[in-house]
Structure formats: C-alpha cells, structure tokens
Design a binder for this molecule. Sequence first.
Ligand code: C2O
Ligand code: CU
Ligand code: CU
Length: 436
Amino acid sequence: QAQTPQDLIAREGVLQLAPANYPETQVWGYSGAVPGPTIRLPQGGRMTRRFVNELPQPGTIHWHGIRIDNAMDGVPGLTQDVVEPGETFLYDFVLPDAGTYWYHPHNRSYEQMARGLSGALIVEEADGGPEVDSDEVLLLDDWRLTEDAQIAGGFGNMHDWAHAGRIGNWITVNGTGDWRTTVQRHSRHRLRLVNTANARIFSLEAQGLEGWLIALDGMPLDAPQSLGRLTLAPAQRADIIVDVTASVGEEALLVNFERDGGYAIASFDVTAVARSERLDAPSPLPPNPVPQLGPLQTARTAKLLMEGGAMGRMDGAMMGGQMMGMREMAGAGKVWAFNGMADMPDAPLVAANRGETVRIDITNDTAWPHAMHLHGHHFRQIADDGTAGALRDTLLMDRGETAQIAFVADNPGDWLLHCHMLEHSAGGMMTWLRVV
Ligand code: C2O
Ligand code: CU
Ligand code: CU
C-alpha cells in the first residue's frame, strides 16, 4: 500500500535572521523553515518527498552525498527536467548509507541557496549509533545582508563578488546568529556539522569540549580522531563527538578561526554535572557498504585542469564551440573553466563501466581554493605514496594544489563533478561523468 508522500514546499517567507532590532529578512525556505526541516530516516529505508515549487523560478532538489538512483539526483538537464513554478516532482529513493547528508536546489543554486534553501537529511545507523546524550544537526550558513537585513542581490555575478565567491557578512547556525544550548558537564553529544554556505570556508575549534572526529561527508572514519582544528569547505560535513569539559557556569564554544582571533558561532551553557567522570573515547561507527578500490594501475583515468579567476591567468576558454577571450568570457558571466571549457561539455569527462575504478588527476591552476564535489559516489584522495585517504564527496583544494582522487564507479548514470563554491560552478567549473 503506497503512502501519500509528505510535501517539501519551496516558498518565500520571512525569518528573524539578524538581531531583534533589525527587520525580518525575506528568505526562501522549505515548508516554511530556514534551514528546511531535518529529515531523519533509518539506513536501508526509503525517502519519499513530493517537491512542490512555489518559488517564482524553476527548481529541483539535489540530495547531496547520497549514493542515489541517477533519476533522483536533481540535476536539471542531466538527470531530470526543472520543476516549473506551480509544479511538483516526486523524489523517491532508498538510503544505502548511514550518515549526515543534506538537500539543496540544483537550479540557480548560487541564488536559491543564498536565499536560504537547504536542509539536513540524516540517515541513522542500523544499530542506533553511538551512545550520546544528544544528537544535534548544526547547519552553518553565511548570508550577505543589506543594512536593513535583506538578502543582497547580484547573485552569481562575478563582477559584484570577489573571486573567492559570495562571502557574506552574517553567519548563522540553524538560521540564527546566536545558536545556544544548555549542556551538563561530562555529558556527551554528537554534533553533525554541515557547511551550507555558498563559498565560505569555516575553520573550527572546540573550546571547553573534548572532541573526536568520527565521520566526514557522511562516511565513518576507520577510527575516531582526536579533534584539532576542523576545516569545513562548502558542502563538507563532519560528525564529531564532544564531551563537555567546561565547568558549571562556564560556556563551551565552537569558534571559527577563519580570520585572526576567531569568534564563537555556537555556545553551550554548562548548567550542571551529568556524571562524575569523563567517558572513554568513542568507538568507530560501522562502515558503510562502499566498494573497495581496485588497482590504480589499471584504473580508468582522466585529467582535470581548473583555470580562471584572474585576468592573464587564462588565455580564454571554449564556449559553445567557440574560443572566447577573457573579456568575452567575463561578459558572458564565465570566469572559470575546466579543461579549457567554460560551459558544461557535451561529452563526459570520463565514461566508465560499472564496477571499474576511476582515477582523476586534478590540478588547481588558479589563485583560489576550490571545493570539488562528485555526485553519486564517494572518492578517496590518493597520496603521493599511494595510500588512500578517507571517503569523501567534497575535496578542498588549495591554490596551485594537485590531487588524485579514485572511486569505484558502481552507480550507473550521469554524474556531475563541480566546484561547490556556487559562483564558481555557475561561472564554468562544472563537468560530468558517465557510468554505464
Ligand atoms: Cu551539493 Cu552538485 O551539489
Ligand atoms: Cu551533490
Ligand atoms: Cu571553486
């Protein structure tokens, strides 16, 4: 018996985003909430939501990080048609992996996400997960607000925003600039951090909390790592376990050290003592059923050169089959390119057979960092000595850096590979792979 799916309605609304002495901000949210409602489902379960588009522009929903059915991936022109204003689309898929995922638009995402559209999709471990006193989702966002607390315009326009992308002037956690909760000394909490910002890279430190990193981009680490400074590029997630070590009456904090000095983005007021002693380090989460990498010597390979950003660094790029100079590219809103192409290419970067291991060598030949995201799969970064790093779906690459990533192409369909700094992907940093 099929159940009527719940609706996820994208529509305009208002939110007290800035402090109370400012006006409410006009935002776009899912079902009246910014961020959208947190969806929690069991591993192996099925996600069904009817997307209702009540926005003044077409949209889709992308379920970021899920090893999803290609037809449900939400990419306009590649996996589905856009959902026009007033129309609906039924998303219906199975959740193979436990972990912290999220959903967001994939049409004009640089605008729609800057206006507030995104939410968390939490897939719970089959065994119930680690024993904690609370499990909190913290969606970190970065807004560009005008003096009267409205969302500034100029979306995706590289003439108006710095090459680093749309960096805001107002940071929120779960839609508030003053995220705060009460905790007890020696209590233990799972925090699921998600960077939903267009372009800002967070650099976080826990104070008054002893922490362990247990998962990245939804995928469990082999062993929990003691928590140092945590870099979170756009779209990246980190699951951490924290024990409260601050004393009663004190505050524990999550501090962003992206700039000198640092400032708290989340506060934990310590009100009482939960237990007399601290707990042991947490045990690792059970691994997700992601296939093991095959030999890299025989892997299918591709090369990706990231270019653009500054006059003189790139001679031009192919657009619509024509060579464009830098000035024409800027006129067309294209400032970035992959392999000399500032448009989504007609042919895939690489086509692989199902089950094949794919290796992509990426070179960041620009003067800015980028957050490379692959749809439908998790990859590992391969170090110079051949060792494979943690499973991820988004890799932060520093200026001038090269990286080698590898994954098993086990999910048939057409999958995007793009920079998750949304002004960069809109500006040309977008390509795709085919798995047959
Ligand atoms: Cu979260 Cu193609 O994106
Ligand atoms: Cu994605
Ligand atoms: Cu980028």
